[in-house]
Write a protein that binds this ligand. Sequence first.
Ligand SMILES: C[S@@+](CC[C@H](N)C(=O)[O-])C[C@H]1O[C@@H](n2cnc3c(N)ncnc32)[C@H](O)[C@@H]1O
Length: 250
Amino acid sequence: VRRILVIGIGAGDPAYMTVQAVDALRRADVVFELARDTEDLTALRREISAAHHVPARVVVIAEPHRDREAADYARAVQKWRDARADAWEAAIAGELDEGATGAFLVWGDPSLYDSTIAVLAELRDRGRVTFTTEVIPGVSSLHALTARHGITLNRVAGAVQITTGRRLAEHGLPDGVADVAVMLDGRCAFIGISEPGLEIFWGAYLGTPDEVLISGPLAEVAAEIVRVRAEARERRGWVMDTYLLRRAAE
Ligand SMILES: C[S@@+](CC[C@H](N)C(=O)[O-])C[C@H]1O[C@@H](n2cnc3c(N)ncnc32)[C@H](O)[C@@H]1O
């Protein structure tokens, strides 16, 4: 039977690769690479593999076109998901021999805002190509963020919510949690949050030579973050950042 390894490679620094992840990568006969990433991110992934001398064959899976303007958005998304699952299915069936091991390298940790595990589960449900799956955890960008700021994600016995910039912009800060970690925020949703006493711990390009960290009272540092982020984005053409919003202790 075929084996698929879903390997968390850490969110930036090649040294974030765990020993388990390196071992898993070395077991792979084929590494499946998705063509959707920016060139920079693909280059970073390759650098991480190269840093660990991984000899596997690389098979690129083309991502189907996504119609973001479609009138029936839900239907368009479903169509795109089906086409993507078809492409993965064809790649696994065509490029991975029975008994061989394939790997998907997932940025950060595979359990956090990543669809690899879900797509593979869907393929197993379809049942047209059979394989087992093993997930290797990785250092997520949230853990890189808290480590670089030298903070904990939660406070004593407190609750944390992990959410997206879009949800923060639409619904504001959730009730009942002391800390809110925000990912996938292309529009600096923190600007719209005016609750007094908030602190922000922000980081961009964590674990890479371009890493930037800013922290402080949200009201005081928000404008600086917006400016630094815009400059970095201008320079590199893309930006990945994440942050923690911390409510004042009760
Ligand atoms: C699709 S999610 C994938 C998250 C990933 N699985 C993880 O464990 O970090 C992408 C988001 O993760 C965050 N992110 C990933 N890598 C990052 C990095 N090196 N520095 C800052 N944020 C990062 C950003 O919020 C970005 O929008």
